[in-house]
Design a binder for this molecule. Structure first.
Ligand code: ATP
Length: 790
């Protein structure tokens, strides 16, 4: 059918007016969406070009506003699959969460669910590296991704190779601060260096240097100006070099290699332009946790292909929630610098209103933040204020306005909202928690409870004491550390099998004894003394001194293991070891699954050696998952008591939060050197290397930004003091993160009596307890909120 000209223009008019209506409708919706945000959040939604930093407080709605801002940017700039907004975050669950939020927003705007991608940083790096395998040198068909740990074969081999190549340097370490040449002591020191000090130095120095984009050569260069007698940086450089060579020769890559591979692709200009043309902007969440290498990757992607202006880069984070910097290379200093730079350019936004918690909980968290900063200033009274590195960015959490859109924002507190207790001992603590938790859930079965602990061993203790609740009170207790322990199982079994294979190796014996100690099967003792001469330990002659009861117990365990090796067929060894290690429930199911998997793999060439090889493969590639019940938001389920570490609790919240065992020896605690390693001095080489690399890296970055610095390497004692300062600052930030997880009730306590060390405490046996000092923030809180001491 042919339309006459009048019809055509009418229909064109119709189309045009529909288009205009639709545009107007969209504009209105976008405006409404923007107005649904709080003031600080709106700056994020108003961003349209260039760099921007957003410093937010806990519960400010970072992911909420990031998803709204993303939807607005996608709609306004009509983004599509060839011009996308890239959102990066750190965990897969956070990525999935933001993705679904953005999709929901786009659906409300009647827009297709495209124009954006959400990646974890490593996922993004992998995608870029995979797009050009020749340039990146990373072919996932050939390589194995692995996460090196101190006990890992690669790290141990790097140490052995370094020792073989540097006998004189090794001798300097053996002699330590003082040495009389005695043979047994020499063997003991060798064992400590080979199995503890140098593996830990390798692990930390390699990760720190690599994630800062440094090569072994950079460390060599820097080490030339160092004056310490051990030459820690030179050792670190040598170990790093050995590690790299071993990784390459075995086709292994670590997570930093993935980012380096992506950067190699982006180094090549045509590829860089190709990628940059596809990226409209990069939004980063949890920016306080970035390493310099990660920051470099997203900054390059966010640049315009033909740069005339600043990169389109928005980084959202909370420097006060940086709690990974003492065990990963993440360091909040970089995000703080980014915030300061943006502030100077007028591009810093602050999100300081939060609706998560009751007022009293917010007051308590703000109080701790300022109190800790104040204490730090007082400790460094003689230094100029601007030179004191404070643990916290001075940022108050504020309540939301009365017309805030968040349902039940700043809810009414439960009871006093903040309850502080000083129980008699750790058993009494759990009894008090139990009583309070039962009463709370009886009154409000649809609310959630968490007990946040500093270390898994504390969680285990509480879980054991609350084990009767499901049966007697129909309250589910979910211990998060339990499933994590499953991932240790292959390594523990492997360690014992390696001992069975070569029982006369001091390393194998020591590792096996470590596993037995960690599982609480033998008493903690100086394992180096037992492992130095395996034969004397396992088969003492009548001429030898009688073994102490703790040594006897360890020997009995080891000899039983060796007997089993002779008596059992090797395919039964894994389940037997599972029983020996006293695994229970889910752990035993996991061992069974592991055993089946290994036996299937070695069906045609079954032997102890092949069992070990198959297990090594599983441990290296992390391809084995424990027997888990289910996934999803199982940590925050209503009506359940979740026991979880403070670290894992980040990003989550519960109605009622219990923080037991807030003792001074852990919070803030002190850096500690194992007695066996003190012949080196009162510091650890790993921490010294970390502090030295960090200082030099900071100098390097400051120089690149034309800022003046004195380029000196801290000596070991200075580096150790700096490491301690960082650790204590981080512990206080961890406390702050833990406190801000609570919505309606924050229950905190420090018992009068507790175990000397949790790692060796067995809650099911009578053990002596010690008088404990509370975390220093606790008396300060009691003074500030006396009505809350219950
Ligand atoms: N403008 C808003 N309107 C409605 N709800 C909001 C708004 N801003 C935040 N919220 C709600 O506040 C809660 C906290 O938000 P979110 O979990 O994103 O905070 P966060 O900043 O990531 O917290 P934390 O850093 O402490 O983990 C969420 O339930 C979110 O939906």
């Amino acid at each position: 059918m042919v339309l006459d000209s009048q019809d055509t223009s009418a229909s064109n008019l119709n189309v045009t007016s529909t288009f205009v209506d639709r545009q107007q409708w969209l504009e209105t919706q976008l405006q409404l969406l923007r107005n649904s945000l709080r003031q600080g959040q709106q700056s994020l939604a108003d961003w349209n070009r260039g760099q921007m930093a957003v410093s937010a407080v806990p519960g400010a709605g970072k992911s909420h506003s990031l998803s709204v801002a993303a939807a607005i940017a996608i709609a306004k700039n009509q983004l599509h699959s060839r011009k996308q907004l890239v959102i990066v975050t750190y965990t897969r669950s956070a990525a999935a969460n933001i993705k679904s939020k953005i999709r929901d927003r786009l659906k409300e705007l009647k827009l297709p669910p495209g124009g954006f991608v959400v990646h974890t940083l490593h996922g993004l790096a992998l995608q870029i590296a995979n797009s050009q395998k020749e340039l990146s040198g990373l072919n996932l068909d050939n390589v194995t991704i692995m996460v090196p740990t101190v006990g890992h074969r690669i790290i141990r081999s790097a140490v052995d190779r370094w020792i073989a190549k540097n006998p004189r340097h090794y001798q300097v370490l053996i002699e330590g601060v003082q040495f009389d040449g005695e043979e047994t002591e020499k063997l003991r020191r060798q064992s400590v260096l080979r199995t503890e000090i140098l593996p830990s130095l390798t692990n930390i120095a390699v990760r720190e240097a690599k994630s800062s984009g440094l090569l072994p050569e950079d460390l060599w260069e820097w080490s030339k100006t160092a004056t310490d007698s051990y030459q820690v940086l030179a050792i670190a450089a040598g170990l790093y070099q050995q590690y790299q060579e071993l990784m390459r020769s075995r086709d292994f890559v670590d997570y930093d290699d993935m980012i380096l591979a992506a950067l190699r692709v982006l180094d090549y200009q045509p590829m860089r332009v190709l990628w940059q043309n596809q990226v409209f902007a990069v939004f980063e969440d949890e920016a306080q946790d970035s390493s310099p290498l990660q920051e470099k990757l997203i900054s390059i992607l966010a640049e315009n292909a033909f740069p005339t202006s600043a990169p389109n880069l928005v980084r959202v984070g909370d420097p006060n929630q940086a709690i990974n910097s003492t065990f990963t290379p993440a360091n909040p200093i970089y995000f703080n610098w980014f915030c300061n730079d943006c502030e100077q350019q007028g591009n810093l936004a602050t999100m300081n209103q939060a609706g998560r918690s009751s007022k009293i909980i917010i007051d308590a968290a703000n109080f701790v933040l300022h109190w800790v900063n104040q204490q730090t200033l007082e400790k460094h009274k003689t230094s100029p204020v601007e030179e004191v590195a404070l643990p916290f960015r001075s940022q108050n959490i504020c309540l939301v306005d009365s017309d805030d859109p968040q349902p039940e924002a700043n809810p009414h507190p439960e009871g006093k909202g903040l309850e502080i207790k000083i129980p008699d001992d750790v058993y009494h603590t759990v009894e008090l928690i139990e009583q309070r938790a039962i009463a709370l859930l009886q009154a409000n079965p649809h609310r959630s409870i968490a007990i946040l602990v500093r270390e898994n061993r504390q969680g285990r203790f509480i879980a054991e004491k609350l084990a009767h609740l499901p049966k007697e009170n129909s309250i589910k207790v979910y211990e998060v550390g339990e499933s994590e322990r499953y991932s240790q199982i292959p390594q523990e079994i492997l360690t014992l099998l390696q001992f069975l294979d070569r029982p006369h190796s001091p390393d194998n014996l020591k590792s096996a004894l470590e596993v037995l100690t960690q599982r609480g099967l033998i008493p903690a003792q100086d394992l180096n003394a037992l492992a130095t001469y395996p034969e004397q330990f396992l088969y003492p002659s009548p001429l030898q001194e009688e073994q102490k009861p703790s040594v006897l117990q360890a020997r009995r365990y080891c000899c039983n293991l060796l007997r089993a090796r002779l008596e059992l067929p090797h395919y039964q060894l894994i389940p037997f070891l599972g029983m020996t290690l006293k695994y229970t429930g889910g752990e035993l199911a996991t061992v069974q699954k592991l055993s089946e998997k290994v036996n299937l793999q070695i069906a045609h060439h079954s032997s102890l050696k092949s069992t070990i090889e198959a297990l090594e493969e599983i441990v290296i590639s992390e391809k084995f998952e424990g027997v888990e019940e289910d996934t999803g938001d199982r940590y925050t389920r209503n009506g359940q008591i979740t026991i979880i570490t403070m670290h894992k609790a980040k990003g989550l919240d519960w109605d009622y939060v219990f923080l037991p065992f807030l003792h001074d020896d852990v919070l803030p605690g002190e850096l500690w050197v194992p007695v066996a390693a003190r012949f080196i001095g009162y510091f650890t080489l790993a921490e010294v290397a970390r502090a030295q690399i960090r200082t030099l890296m900071h100098h390097k970055l400051l120089l690149e930004n034309n800022k003046a610095v004195a380029n000196t390497i801290p000596n070991p004692v200075e580096a150790w003091t700096e490491a301690e300062r960082l650790k204590q600052a981080e512990e206080f930030r961890l406390l702050y993160v833990a406190m801000t997880r609570a919505k309606r009730l924050l229950w905190i306590s420090a018992a009068d009596l507790g175990p000397f060390r949790w790692s060796i405490f067995r809650g099911d046996r009578p053990s002596k307890m010690q008088k404990k000092k509370p975390c220093p923030a606790l008396p300060a809180l009691i003074k500030q909120f006396p009505q809350c001491l219950v």
